[in-house]
Design a protein around this ligand. Structure first.
Ligand SMILES: CO[C@H](O)c1c[n+]2c([nH]1)[C@H](O)[C@@H](O)[C@H](O)[C@H]2CO
Length: 446
């Protein structure tokens, strides 16, 4: 048995483009993900977020389910294209949806946790160059300020960005996410502007002096391990760690980009002329909490062929339906490292979860025991960190609902609630019923 401290925030998480649907409703205009998902070959089966889980219309029913599961908090994201459908043009109907959602959550004693940006950039901003354009920082500041003004006093936790690594490296460098560019210099420019927009939003939040609310950022962090004890593989792990983790952790918590990575990158991307002298001071403003999204680890070996000097090696452990190795011990390693090397501010696991091939059995249920084991094992290591004095304050299971899994479309199911996309029927999986017990007892039995 592992007990969690009183007040530990058990929650679930989603994001706007992945669950809302209603992409043309109440003034919303397209995002870069509407465009990307409608571009041939970009998503599995040509799937789009046009309908998704129809959460925009079913949010009351969904909050009832959240209440039934007993979550203490619910992390959702706000669709920028609903709030500012055109450049500079605020859409009151857009914010009204989130006011209704927040009201429903509060009525059910569920703490709203809002992510300002979870990748659905308005296409009008995409047309201005997206995150490659430093002017986006101004438009993101306008957007954030409006959110703080409209619902700042009813949303106690604000997350500026979800996973700057995905919104920059995966989107402008690797090309798997919108806008689908494959240029590493662009990726680092986008990363810098996203981090800078984070800092500007924190400044605005502080200046507005919003009582009883806190602000932070969510980073996806992947601990990197060498495939062998050879020096070259240890160097490869250092570079993989810089690529995935330190390029974002260091500016936020140390006020500088990691020197070893600047050295590694400069041949490929030339001058870091997109970084202005005042930028790192803005990025590294103190925040109230750090959100971390943890799913798995990476194991790497040295490779001269790669600009990054490493290539991935498959881990020995069982895999999820995404092919990610199940390695809960690495969550503990990550938390201990953050505590030792970066920060002692409150940490929230803002995403952790797994996709498995869920099926509805003859009894009309979804017996997802693999997901229960995955969550249980990660909560076990989270609890170990807390018992050792770690400042972990919450856990948001990814995800509440099966949803649009980006380039994988609807082929991957992460939810603890099954969604039949044909009928929009929701079915609580065994994992939802198990999680309800965990929350109720604030403990796990293993
Ligand atoms: C390596 O996993 C990433 O950290 C990650 C995994 N996930 C994420 N980031 C995103 O924040 C979610 O929108 C995804 O749906 C979710 C599941 O893929």
């Amino acid at each position: 048995m592992a007990n969690f401290p009183k007040g530990f925030l058990f929650g679930t998480a989603t994001s706007s483009y992945q669950i809302e649907g209603a992409v043309n409703e109440d003034g919303r205009t397209p995002s870069i993900w509407d465009t990307f998902s409608k571009t041939s070959g970009m998503t599995y089966n040509g799937d789009t977020g046009d309908i998704a889980c129809d959460h925009y219309h079913r949010y009351k029913e969904d909050v009832v389910i959240l209440k039934e599961i007993g979550v203490k908090a619910y992390r959702f994201s706000i669709a920028w294209p609903r709030i500012f459908p055109e450049k500079g043009n605020f859409n009151p109907k857009g914010i009204d949806f989130y006011k209704r959602l927040v009201e429903e959550l509060l009525k059910n004693d569920i703490i709203p946790v809002a992510t300002i940006y979870h990748w659905d950039l308005p296409q009008w901003a995409g047309d201005l160059g997206g995150w490659l354009n430093r002017d986006l920082i101004y438009w993101y500041s306008e957007y954030s300020q409006k959110l703080f003004k409209e619902i700042g006093n009813v949303v106690p936790m604000w997350i500026t960005h979800n996973e700057p690594w995905c919104a920059s490296i995966l989107s402008y460098g690797i090309g798997e996410h919108a806008p689908g560019h494959k240029d590493y210099r662009e990726a680092l420019i986008a990363a810098h502007h996203i981090l800078l927009s984070h800092g500007e939003a924190v400044k605005i939040f502080r200046d507005m002096n919003i009582k009883e609310s806190q602000i932070g950022i969510t980073l996806n962090l992947t601990p990197a391990y060498p495939a062998s004890e050879r020096d070259v593989d240890r160097l490869a792990a250092q570079y993989a760690d810089g690529f995935s983790n330190r390029w974002f952790l260091d500016p936020i918590f140390k006020g500088n980009y990691p020197e070893d990575m600047i050295e590694l990158y400069k041949e490929e991307i030339g001058k870091f002329d997109f970084i202005k002298s005042e930028d790192l001071g803005i990025i590294s403003q103190p925040i109230d909490f750090l959100g971390i999204n943890f799913y798995s680890r990476s194991i790497v070996k040295y490779s001269e062929k790669s600009m990054l000097k490493w290539i991935g090696v498959e881990g020995p452990g069982a895999k999820t339906d995404m092919g990610w190795e199940i390695r809960p011990e690495s969550l503990y390693d990550l938390l201990k490292r953050l505590d030792k090397e970066y920060t002692r501010i409150p940490i929230y696991i803002t995403e952790n979860g797994a996709a498995f091939k869920d099926i509805i059995t003859e009894d009309g249920k979804v017996h997802d025991q693999e997901r229960i084991e995955y969550i249980k094992e990660h909560l076990k290591y989270a609890n170990k960190f807390i018992k050792e004095g770690g400042n972990l304050k919450g856990y948001f299971l990814w995800s509440f609902l099966d949803n649009f899994e980006w380039a994988f479309g609807y082929s991957k199911r992460f939810g603890i609630v099954y969604v039949d996309y044909k009928t929009q029927k929701r079915i609580l999986k065994d994992s939802a019923l198990w999680y309800k017990e965990v929350i109720n007892r604030a403990s796990i039995v293993f």
